[in-house]
Design a protein around this ligand. Structure first.
Ligand SMILES: [Zn+2]
Length: 290
């Protein structure tokens, strides 16, 4: 067989090093860590695990250590506490941290070009670097804003920001005319689990380790949706300080802003708070642990 023919045949089976296969949600502990996903990337067998005391996530080779059931830990406690009755339709989950103030910015799909670059630059110049910030990011936003996405990864490399990569689903469905109870993740025919894992796979393919934090599109959920996210080992994060809605920053605030230019009013209000010097320091979202 000629060389070119061989190359042609193999072209269909050789995959790139970043391709993710056999991505599975799992639940077991191995050594000190809770393993929540297993997958292959290229030819490597990998796992995504959580440190159950700090909530830090890691991607590492599949360890052949003995698998065992997970015992009591701050992570397990948070997962349980996070999923309790009465399951409000909006803003369920954890809405404040135990120490300081934390900033979360949502990157929902947007037809606007660019992003709120000035917001992140203001934080970089105002606070000691790297500044902790959580991005609740969507796949559709990443696909439409490759330059902005690249800028975030650059800020991380330059140690200007330390980013917690939160999951806001891949597609973030939204139907302007539907009631909330049938909208966002509760839309008819929507597969929440599949769409959540799809965003994780995209991040991993781009060299990023997904965090253990999740935010529902529109902050809208029900009991079933909350349980799907818990079963994926993720912590649902709401907000007690949605700046554009006039909620005031206080000790324990989880601030919500939109970094996608869809809510400039909230960003302007936050920049004014920064100018007044009313926030001395930002904490990372893992302060949801006591
Ligand atoms: Zn959103």
């Amino acid at each position: 067989m000629k060389y070119l023919q061989i190359l042609f045949l193999f072209g269909f089976t050789v995959f790139s090093a970043s391709d993710i296969h056999q991505y599975k949600s799992v639940h077991f502990c191995s050594g000190k860590y809770a393993v929540i996903r297993t997958f292959t990337q290229g030819y490597k067998q990998l796992q995504l695990s959580v440190n159950p005391r700090t909530l830090q996530t890691h991607i590492e080779p599949r360890i052949q250590a003995e698998e065992h059931a997970c015992t009591a830990s701050p992570y397990a406690t948070l997962l349980t506490r996070n999923n309790m009755s009465p399951y409000p339709l909006q803003n369920d989950g954890t809405v404040h941290i135990h120490k300081g103030i934390t900033l979360t910015t949502d990157l929902c799909p947007s037809s606007k070009s660019g992003f709120e670059k000035g917001l992140y630059e203001a934080m970089i110049s105002r606070f000691p670097n790297p500044v902790p910030v959580t991005l609740f990011i969507t796949g559709r936003w990443i696909k439409k804003h490759p330059d902005a996405f690249h800028q975030f990864t650059q800020w991380e490399k330059e140690e200007k920001l330390v980013i917690t990569w939160g999951n806001h689903t891949y597609t973030h469905p939204y139907h302007p005319k539907e009631a909330l109870s049938k909208n966002f993740s509760l839309s008819k025919g929507y597969d929440l689990e599949e769409d959540t894992l799809k965003l994780e796979k995209l991040l991993i393919a781009k060299g990023i380790t997904p965090s253990v934090f999740f935010r529902f599109p529109g902050l809208v959920s029900n009991q079933k949706a909350m349980q799907i996210i818990r079963d994926l080992g993720l912590i649902t994060i709401g907000s007690d300080t949605w700046i554009a809605k006039g909620q005031k920053v206080k000790e324990g605030s989880i601030i919500l802003l939109h970094g996608n230019k869809n809510e400039p009013k909230g960003v302007e209000m936050f920049l004014e708070i920064l100018r007044k010097g009313n926030i001395k320091k930002l904490n990372s979202l893992d302060k949801v642990l006591p």
